[in-house]
Design a protein around this ligand. Structure first.
Ligand code: GDP
Ligand code: IMO
Ligand code: MG
Length: 431
């Protein structure tokens, strides 16, 4: 049996998952997305050329790798087709190698309208969503009224389901949110217009994965967002609307949990967050500006500046537990180059208590003050280094300390956005 490796973000997203998936795809036969939608923005840089993927798995730039979209992903057909066309323009053929589950729920324009209407109504309490309609699309799935990719195969069914759903959405938009409604004819024509292109892409993702594994092929499961944005286990309500943690790799593809051999947690060497919500180690000083500037911390999907702060071991420890992480990939180590001191948050102070785990009540997350351990920085650049022993001693010390605190091995270190700026200590496909 081939190996299955799951790549999970351990923070609030943008840890560098896409770059790692692209790298590891060298050893994979299939890469599969299992949750989220085009709220994700995964950046790959190869020979100086940047590609940002939102829905299409980050194995697409590797010629022989099949790219799959599992049933757990919510799909905007407009976004999907746009991305396929953009890649084709760059000379990357997609359709031959892309298959999507017929069970993926569709994101409609009314989901986008509802997402935005809700955000404006929340005013200063807004979540800061990506405005892609993700939340409302998942709500409809759970409410058992979602349109699915498979509905494109039966136009009459599509029409009936769309009529009922738009009726409901338009009622909400008009009466509750006082917003413009979405026209049925326009939406129906738009969806039907995609049918001929989408039909050949529909496949039995579960079976494809099962067969791949049976024939000794490697599989990479590509997580989107991060563990702290998980709908159940994250910093609710400032989360996304899907499960971003390990269980979703199974439920979002139809592959049993026991088929997973290795879970790689991607840890950015510091912390970032886009959108609102608690962030105990957030910085507003020079160090924060260093991280934002050196790390080019702007959202890959919305272009919003990302909030930056020190590494937070308290929340990372929770990510290790909830995902059963086998190993870590520490990314963007080079962004810490040139800092005199580097801090790691090892505890939270809440009222007069010292916590080494997140507060039991999520509502108290925002009241937690970080307790730091200070480590020396380094002035020899790590950017582009590919061997652990070539790293400055202080950088090695930082990584060793992280391993010690989290009790998980750092198997990979990334020292630049390029594919080859990598220190591979243990390849997840090797053991
Ligand atoms: P993802 O959503 O987890 O795939 O991450 P994003 O692509 O949204 O954000 C990560 C950003 O950091 C991208 O611009 C990457 O090109 C860049 N990146 C990834 N790894 C490294 C690294 O080791 N060093 C530096 N400097 N940049 C990196
Ligand atoms: P990748 O895969 C960072 C955040 C949004 C917002 C919250 C809810 O690139 O790591 P949503 O539109 O999902 O309802 O927004 O989640 N968010 C992300 N933040 N990286 C992402 O994806 C994100 N996807 C959603 O900013 O705070
Ligand atoms: Mg991203």
């Amino acid at each position: 049996m081939g190996r299955s490796v799951v790549v999970i973000g351990t923070q609030w997203g943008d840890e560098g998952k896409g770059a790692l998936v692209d790298l590891l795809a060298e050893r994979a036969n299939a890469v599969v997305r299992f949750q989220g939608g085009h709220n994700a923005g995964h950046t790959l840089v190869i020979d100086g050329e940047k590609t940002v993927l939102h829905l299409i798995p980050s194995g697409i730039l590797r010629e022989d790798v099949n790219c799959l979209i599992g049933n757990g992903v919510v799909v905007s057909l407009n976004a999907l087709v746009h991305e396929i066309d953009e890649l084709a323009q760059k000379g990357v053929p997609v359709e031959e190698r892309l298959r999507l589950s017929p069970s993926c729920p569709l994101i409609l324009s009314s989901h986008v309208a509802l997402d935005n209407a809700r955000e404006s109504l929340r005013g200063s309490d807004a979540i800061g969503t990506t405005g892609r309609g993700i939340g409302p699309a998942y709500e409809d799935k759970v409410a058992r009224r979602a349109l699915k990719i498979s509905d494109l195969l039966i136009p009459d069914l599509l029409k009936n389901k769309l009529e009922v759903l738009l009726d409901f959405h338009n009622f909400l938009l008009k009466k509750y949110y006082k917003q413009h409604t979405v026209e049925f004819d326009k939406e129906y024509t738009n969806l039907l217009g995609f049918a001929d292109r989408i039909k050949p892409l529909i496949g039995d993702v579960t079976q494809i994965l099962y067969e791949t594994k049976k024939q000794d092929g490697g599989i990479l499961f590509e997580g989107a967002q991060g563990a702290l944005l998980d709908i159940d286990l994250g910093t609710y309500p400032f989360v996304t609307s899907s499960n971003t943690t390990i269980g979703a790799a199974s439920t979002g593809t139809g592959i049993g949990a026991m088929q997973i051999d290795y879970v790689l947690g991607i840890v950015k060497a510091y912390t970032t967050r886009v959108g609102a919500g608690p962030f105990p180690t957030e910085l507003f000083d020079r160090a924060g500006r260093h991280l934002a500037e050196m790390g080019s911390e702007f959202g890959a999907t919305t272009g919003r500046p990302r909030r930056c702060g020190w590494l937070d071991v308290v929340s990372l420890k929770r990510s290790v537990i909830v995902n059963s992480l086998t190993g870590l990939a520490v990314t963007k180590l080079d962004v810490l180059d040139g800092l005199e001191e580097i801090m790691i948050c090892t505890g939270y102070r809440l009222d007069d208590q010292l916590l080494d785990n997140p507060p039991v009540l999520m509502e108290r997350y925002g009241d937690c003050e970080p307790v730091y351990e200070t480590l020396p920085g380094w002035d020899i650049p790590t950017a582009g280094i590919t061997s652990y022993s070539d790293l400055p001693k202080q950088a090695q010390h930082y990584l060793n300390r992280l391993e010690e605190l989290l009790d998980v091995p750092v198997d990979i270190v990334s020292t630049g956005p390029e594919r080859d700026a990598i220190i591979m200590r243990r390849n997840p496909f090797d053991f």
